[in-house]
Design a protein around this ligand. Structure first.
Ligand code: H2U
Ligand code: ZN
Length: 343
């Protein structure tokens, strides 16, 4: 079927209402020759247990502690934490130019499974559900700390995204103050409610599910789309269909639905180039400052770097560092490709 929207084939820019910024889309550019780096494909995963892995059960970590013989999920305080509690409040503001302030926080590591060789794509949905339950418990514990006002749960998968270890794991960084990106999203969500009387993400997901062209997968309680404003080639947004602000407010069947959606997306990703697909993913949810934050709608972003093969990745360089993000393959084509790989 031909699409009669001529602008779709021409260079155009699209608005990201969550961040309040634009992305340049250049669909005509996908035919250009590639003479840059080819790199090497992400290597295959190793054995079920690796005696040299610092996340495997029973092993010694780099920080000197020994992991227990865990048989489900396992959480520990990051031995090399970027954020630590007990920092005395201090800082400076020199004419609005040299501005700094101390930041308290915590950093945790969450192992998804004792199995070194698993990934979200290979794990069964009930095991992913246990990971979601573990994240939820961590979120609630950190939220109860009056010094913590924001909790960021994220997974770096694959060496291409800086993951230090193939053992399936995520990190949790908890801050005294809401970090840049969720702070911008909060402003956008609040503005949308004020101007249009609706939740931006409730309205967006309903619109996408009705259109279908950027939908990758949907079940009763969760939807995955390649956002209209996606920057990364195969970027995806996972959203609970009900308006819910944070993990601990999800019903049991909603957690199961999110676990299924996470599995489906990770498995589809691995089929794109027939390699373990690297990505960074993570959740945005309400700040933990004690306010209700009814404006918040929990969601997860997936940012995978691969572009045209297992070895050709997108870089955020040049124009993107100096001006604005840019993409070649349209979000519609990326969604079509991913949708075709959902099993
Ligand atoms: P990444 O693979 O996403 O980098 O996460 C691994 C984290 O595990 C990383 O933040 C921590 C690193 O500081 N880590 C420990 O806490 N203990 C160790 O023994 C090694 C790594
Ligand atoms: Zn391991």
């Amino acid at each position: 079927m031909t699409d009669d929207r001529a602008w779709l084939q021409a260079p155009h820019r699209r608005y990201n209402p969550l961040l309040g910024e634009w992305v340049l889309v250049s669909p005509q550019r996908t035919a250009r020759p590639w003479q840059g780096e080819t790199g090497t494909a992400a290597s295959a995963v190793g054995p079920a247990y690796d005696p040299t892995c610092y996340l495997c059960p029973g092993n010694l970590r780099a920080g000197g502690e020994r992991n227990p013989a865990y048989d489900t999920t396992y959480v520990f305080e990051n031995d090399f934490a970027a954020l630590v509690p007990g920092v005395a409040a201090d800082g400076q503001d020199d004419a609005g130019l040299l501005v700094a302030e101390t930041e308290r926080g915590r950093a945790r590591v969450v192992c998804f499974s004792p199995r070194h060789d698993l990934s979200v794509a290979k794990m069964e949905t009930p095991a992913i559900r246990r990971v979601i339950d573990t994240w939820t418990a961590e979120y609630e514990t950190l939220a109860a700390d009056p010094a913590i006002r924001a909790v960021t749960i994220f997974e770096n998968r694959g060496a291409a995204m800086g993951a230090s270890n193939p053992h399936p794991h995520a990190q949790i960084w908890a801050n005294e103050r809401v970090p840049n990106v969720p702070a911008r999203e909060e402003t956008s969500l609040l503005t949308y409610v004020r101007e249009r009387g609706a939740c931006l993400l409730c309205a967006y997901v309903a619109r996408e599910l009705a259109l279908g062209e950027r939908t990758v997968f949907a079940n009763e309680h969760a939807a995955i789309v390649v956002p209209f404003w996606a920057v990364w080639p195969f970027e995806a947004l996972l959203v609970p269909r009900r308006h819910v602000a944070s993990l601990e407010r999800l019903a049991s069947e909603e957690r199961d639905a999110i676990a299924e959606a996470m599995h489906v997306l990770a498995a589809a990703y691995d089929r794109v180039f027939e390699v373990p697909f690297p990505y960074s993913m993570g959740f945005h949810q309400r700040p933990t400052d004690g306010e209700p934050h009814a404006e918040w709608h929990l969601h997860a972003h997936y940012f995978p770097p691969l572009l045209r093969s297992a070895t050709i990745r997108k870089y955020m360089v040049g124009y993107e560092l100096l001006a604005m993000p840019q993409r070649d393959i349209t979000p519609e084509l990326a969604a079509e490709r991913l949708r075709g790989l959902v099993q």
